[in-house]
Design a protein around this ligand. Structure first.
Ligand code: C2E
Ligand code: CA
Ligand code: CA
Length: 690
């Protein structure tokens, strides 16, 4: 018994004791009354990196760190004085690693059987401590989690819940413990739903999904619920953990997002994205069920003018009211959408015959007949509608939309308040246009354009005071093409910019020559298209051209149409001011057709009004037109503007205009537009006469 310092003490049970000491996971030591260690097991000695024999005979103070040693001897005093065991948690650094031990000191009777020795047991509790800490942390996490957490026993009765659970459900912990979580049921899910859920938990140990529950206050809310089964080693459930999020805010946000991405915020009608989606679904169904479908593209007539002149607020309100009227048309299954601006569309997903679409189109037009009253205004507005039919006009979303748009252009061309079906001729016309656009590109290079000039006569002096430059296209095969046919195309394709520059240069070149040779006060009027008028470098281009041909600004006047001005009143006003500052004259062309309000007219720094041909035409037969011409002439006089009547074809018209005090006239009666050489002959003659 090498381990024994004093073997007699352990005589009786020595073998038994040995066996215990050497097989226990505990570290054990015995000290006698004087505090000297008299017996230890191997584990105890190894704690200090020593063998058993090295430890025996030592005092604790020699083994433990100094401070700890002192504490332990105090404990020894207590053990002997009170004759009972004490325990204490201590931390020992062993090979640089901190380990936690539970130290138990207990009294024992020494061999003298009348005095106490002290027994000492050290249990390594490092792992337990670590677990405690870890679970303490987990507990904290659960308690403070944003997710609701519920623990149930194997029967599914609530054992505990966290704060979030109480907050979300509205129940207090004490109201829940011992209850089944089905107290939260909303009644939105049927029995099968819960059966399937529990089936999956039994089979797979977990389930997750969206559940609608009811809060204590009765409110129903969606949540994302995860349930996990906790099982023992044999896989028998010992309880369940449920974790869930309140989805109601997320749901609301999702709905908002959907509203924003699929609906027009102003009218709450479906937007373009949703319309195309419904159309796509409609096409699939129509294909399967073999029925027809219609797309109606709707464009409000002259909405822009109303919007610009009465303000955007009124424009918005008007759109809302129009949307409301549209919603009362057609069937529940139809989709009325706002595609943007003043563009609407209707999808008729099931048609018996193509003609049925015209009934809805007519309803749209009729719905707008009654004026809209907004503030003090009574607003009349019409609509143009283009219709395409599945399957005959197109088999997919794009095809149908494109063709309905083509039909819409046709409807707009026909004048207000009408609808047009797509037709093959329309398609062919478009191809014609595409072809023409292509040819026009080459026409600039090939110098197929030419300028004609129409004289402008002063009624006071009967003399030519100027001429309007009017472009012509002499097509090598098709002959003379009038500007009405290609200017809109040039405008659309952007070709108007190079073409416009060419027109300006040619007009200035010819005019510079005539100014020199005939009359230094001749004024050439050059038409500007809307795109040219909006171009940033317009003023520069004009000034450079004048400079290049040494022409004075007083010899040129630019004509823009009234509708072009009304498209962007602010922008137009600025450009006009720039013109005025640079001594450039500006005429408002086609005056009377663009609905400009008198209020604007006063602000616009322009020099000339050109009365539209349509009024002059019926001057002598239509008293309304006569009245309009009279008023315009009067107005021009009041505003200090020059006034030109265009399209004068008869003596009677001329006489009327003269009587009303119109200053200038232009028209076939005096001369048609002429090629430059012929115009020069005309000039020559007129100056010879005078
Ligand atoms: P506009 O500026 O109103 O030009 C007047 C139009 O009336 C011209 O048609 C002219 O030939 C026509 N006209 C003149 N007197 C009479 C008449 O007594 N009776 C009739 N029935 N018509 C008369 P045109 O040359 O066919 O031009 C049509 C439109 O094309 C022009 O209308 C203008 O808007 C545009 N345009 C013509 N040349 C140019 C140009 O160089 N640049 C731009 N941007 N547009 C042009
Ligand atoms: Ca003109
Ligand atoms: Ca005109």
């Amino acid at each position: 018994m090498s381990l024994l310092d004093n073997s007699s003490v352990f005589n009786v049970d020595s073998a038994l004791l040995d066996s215990v000491l050497n097989h226990t996971p505990l570290c054990i030591a015995f000290k006698n009354m004087s505090g000297k260690i008299i017996r230890v097991n191997q584990l105890f000695a190894h704690l200090f990196g020593l063998s058993e024999s090295e430890v025996i005979g030592k005092f604790e103070a020699e083994l433990f760190p100094l401070e700890l040693g002192k504490e332990l001897s105090k404990l020894d005093a207590k053990v002997t004085a009170e004759a009972r065991f004490f325990e204490k948690e201590i931390v020992l650094s062993i090979k640089g690693v901190q380990r936690v031990f539970m130290l138990i000191k207990f009294p024992w009777l020494t061999e003298q059987q009348e005095e106490f020795g002290i027994g000492c047991i050290l249990t390594d509790i490092t792992h337990t401590k670590w677990l405690e800490k870890k679970y303490g942390l987990a507990q904290k996490v659960i308690e403070n989690a944003a997710e609701a957490v519920v623990f149930t026993d194997a029967q599914g009765l609530i054992v505990d819940v966290n704060d979030a659970y109480q907050n979300i459900t509205g129940y207090r912990r004490s109201e829940l413990i011992g209850k089944n979580p089905n107290v939260l049921k909303s009644g939105r899910h049927d029995r099968q739903f819960y059966q399937a859920m529990w089936m999956q938990i039994k089979e797979q140990g977990a389930w997750s999904g969206e559940v609608w529950d009811r809060r204590k206050n009765g409110e129903i809310y969606p949540k994302w619920l995860m349930i996990n089964a906790m099982t023992d080693d044999d896989g028998i459930p010992t309880g369940y953990v449920g974790i869930f999020n309140d989805l109601s805010e997320k749901k609301e946000a999702e709905e908002k997002l959907e509203e924003l991405s699929f609906y027009d915020p102003l009218t709450h009608l479906p937007n373009r994205v949703l319309f195309y989606d419904r159309l796509s679904v409609g096409i699939s169904i129509a294909k399967r069920e073999k029925h027809q479908l219609a797309v109606l593209m709707i464009d409000l007539d002259r909405f822009k003018v109303i919007n610009d002149s009465l303000g955007h607020n009124i424009g918005d309100e008007l759109l809302e009211l129009i949307a409301k009227r549209f919603l009362t048309l057609g069937r529940e299954s139809d989709t009325v959408a706002r595609l943007g601006g003043d563009e609407f569309a209707i999808l008729l997903p099931e048609l018996k015959s193509a003609e049925d679409a015209s009934v809805v189109a007519q309803n749209v037009i009729d719905a707008l007949l009654a004026p809209f009253s907004l503030e003090e205004h009574n607003i009349n507005i019409g609509a143009s509608i283009g219709i395409s039919i599945f399957p005959c006009d197109g088999a997919d979303v794009n095809g149908l939309v494109k063709r309905a748009e083509l039909a819409l252009y046709k409807a707009k061309e026909q004048g207000r308040n009408n609808y047009q079906y797509f037709s093959q001729e329309l398609q062919d016309a478009v191809f014609d246009q595409l072809e023409m656009e292509d040819e026009m590109r080459h026409a600039i290079e090939n110098e197929e354009f030419t300028l004609f000039f129409q004289p402008k006569i002063s009624l006071a002096t009967n003399k030519i005071t100027g001429m309007e430059a009017l472009v012509r296209w002499i097509h090598p095969e098709k002959g003379l093409i009038p500007p009405d046919r290609f200017i809109p195309l040039a405008e659309e394709s952007g070709l108007i910019i190079p073409l416009g520059e060419w027109i300006l240069q040619t007009a200035c070149r010819e005019t510079a020559d005539w100014v020199k040779r005939y009359d230094d006060s001749l004024v050439v009027a050059v038409n500007l298209s809307a795109k040219q008028f909006k171009a940033d470098n317009l003023l520069e281009t004009i000034q450079k051209t004048l400079h290049d041909y040494r022409l004075d600004p007083k010899n040129i006047e630019l004509e823009i149409t009234e509708s072009c001005v009304m498209e962007d009143v602010e922008g137009a006003l600025q450009t006009m001011k720039d013109f005025r500052e640079n001594h450039l004259k500006l005429a408002i062309d086609d005056f009377g057709t663009g609905y400009s309000s008198l209020g604007y007219l006063k602000q616009f720094p322009m020099s000339t009004l050109k009365i539209d041909r349509s009024f002059v035409m019926d001057l002598t037969t239509d008293s309304d037109d006569a009245a309009i011409v009279e008023v315009v002439i009067l107005l021009a006089e009041k505003l200090g503007l020059e006034v030109v009547a265009e399209g004068v074809e008869t003596e009677a018209q001329l006489e009327f205009l003269r009587l009303q005090g119109c200053q200038y006239v232009q028209g076939y009666l005096l001369s048609r537009p002429l090629p430059a050489e012929e115009f020069e002959q005309f000039l020559k003659k007129s100056y010879k006469c005078s």
